[in-house]
Write a protein that binds this ligand. Structure first.
Ligand code: SAH
Length: 488
């Protein structure tokens, strides 16, 4: 069984640092029932490939009664696909061989685990019910998926195709640890013949490894069911997975997402593809000017409060981040967005790859959704949430509220959203229409103030709401900003 991971990130040999495996040496680790070998078929500055080769001892499997379930033919225990097909053995080997990388640690180059890299993976033989199934599982995670079906026997074409595929995945920009985690979970899901006993510990593993991406995956129910196999664990796990809080704590009780809402929640990742101009009704030049104004104002406010650690939530292509990097008092900025596309654009526009190391250390861009509790967001002085909430379904604002104000709790939050009353000024916009096709709602000043006041009260913040942009005597300013200050 062979798995390869390649990158064209420059220098490509950074892959060695990330995987914690020296490209110049063959390294082997013992796994249950065999060995895993790591080596590099190529390692140049422009392209580097790491290979993980699994050597499974089928006889040891039989002795330990860990072969296939055994209802098959008499020799099945000895003659089976386990040594050759990607299975839960490969997952076990991934954690064993690449544990450091999977946990996002890199002592020598701490910024590398967070870097979005162009990555390519090939899994030599993966069982699947169809090529379509492989697409369904991997494409929503941002991969370009290619599959090659293998015939049952190349010398007897009339027997048709086997259930094995060579799978090739390409991602334009992905953290290596996310890729490893996706494989770790999805390979056993596809294999459907797990070698170890499935108990509550497996459910914990799935919650841990899937926290960042599984709740948004359109096939999360199938994945959870297959991963756990025994129904008694499936439902409670699904419930916890889809709860805003990772663990079932009491304070989350109000916002556990009912199963019926799951479908709406699932489209998070796609949602943002439409955010960029295409169908905006707001005149372009005015929109740009307004937006620059908003950003300059927020950057100024952040400077004024002297924030050292700053969150830009829903950072998009990084316009605010660029301004914030110019403020010397800021030590660290975390930019988060749900869309990889936007993060790639930000990485590009900010010239992240060419940044001098001191500057580079001040900024990390991560993918994440504001609708799920995320421990990475804790411990910040200030957060900017600029023109983001109107992209969230109104019914899910309660989840956003808990994530930001109950769990992350930054010292001060600058949150902006369009002022619905101002829409009359846009000629092309008829009454009741939104400024952008992806907006889920637009609020009047009264509506925004009511929401902001209630949120502040519930979580121990003081709040003031201000107009943002040039004010019109009749309809007010085009945008509005709430400034929340943590009271305790
Ligand atoms: N703050 C930026 C971008 C605003 S556009 C700016 O002012 O320029 C809205 C952004 O919110 C998009 O980049 C979109 O991808 C992001 N977004 C939408 N839903 C999100 C969610 N649930 N979690 C995090 N980001 C989200």
């Amino acid at each position: 069984m062979l798995l390869t991971i390649s990158t064209t990130h420059q220098p490509a040999t950074d892959l060695g640092y990330l995987l914690h495996k020296n490209p110049a040496r063959l390294q082997s680790v013992d796994i249950a029932y065999g060995q895993a070998h790591v080596f590099y078929p190529e390692a140049s500055a422009t392209r580097c490939t790491a290979a993980l080769l699994l050597d499974i001892d089928t006889v040891a499997l039989v002795r330990n009664h860990r072969g296939p379930a055994g209802e098959g033919f008499a020799l099945e225990q000895y003659v089976n696909d386990r040594p050759y097909a990607a299975s839960s053995f490969l997952s076990t080997a991934l954690v064993k061989a690449f544990n450091t990388a999977m946990n996002g640690t890199c002592k020598d180059r701490p910024e590398l685990p967070e870097t979005l890299l162009p990555l390519e993976v090939t899994v030599a033989a993966l069982p699947a019910s169809s090529a379509e199934q492989l697409h369904r599982l991997f494409a929503p995670l941002g991969y370009a998926v290619e599959t090659d079906a293998h015939p049952l026997d190349p010398t007897v074409p009339e027997w048709g195709e086997s259930r094995y595929y060579t799978l090739r995945l390409r991602h334009a920009g992905c953290r290596l640890r996310d890729l490893l985690t996706h494989l770790y979970v999805l390979i056993p899901v596809l294999d459907n013949d797990k070698h170890y006993w499935i108990g509550p510990a497996e459910a914990e593993k799935l919650l841990h490894r899937g926290a960042d991406w599984l709740p948004q995956h359109p096939d999360r129910e199938f994945i959870t069911r297959r991963y756990l196999r025994f129904a008694e664990y499936v439902n409670p796990t699904l419930k916890r997975l889809l709860a805003t809080e990772g663990a079932a704590t009491d304070d989350a009780a109000g916002v556990v997402l009912p199963a019926a809402e799951i479908t709406a929640a699932a489209d998070e990742a796609n949602e943002t593809e439409q955010v960029v101009p295409a169908s905006t009704t707001e005149p372009v030049a005015e929109k740009q000017k307004l937006h620059d104004l908003r950003l300059a104002r927020i950057a100024e406010e952040i400077r004024r409060v002297g924030a050292k650690r700053v969150l830009d939530l829903g950072c998009g292509e990084g316009k605010l981040v660029r301004q914030l990097l110019q403020q010397p008092q800021i030590e660290f900025i975390l930019g988060m967005d749900v869309s990889y596309q936007e993060l790639l654009r930000a990485q590009d526009r900010l010239h992240l790859a060419e940044m001098p190391p001191r500057q580079r250390e001040r900024l990390t861009l991560v993918q994440g959704s504001l609708l799920y509790h995320d421990p990475r967001l804790a411990g910040y002085d200030a957060a900017a949430v600029v023109e983001v909430i109107e992209h969230l379904d109104e019914g899910r604002l309660a989840a956003f509220e808990l994530v930001l104000f109950a769990r992350a709790r930054p010292g001060v939050v600058f949150l902006t959203t369009p002022n619905a009353t101002y829409n009359q000024k846009f000629e092309k916009l008829s009454a009741g229409q939104f400024r952008h096709s992806d907006h889920r709602f637009e609020w009047t000043e009264q509506e925004f103030t009511a929401w902001a006041t209630a949120v502040a009260e519930r979580h121990g913040y003081r709040v003031r709401v201000e107009p943002l942009g040039p004010e019109d005597a009749q309809v007010g300013a085009p945008s509005q900003m709430a400034v929340f200050e943590r009271a305790v």
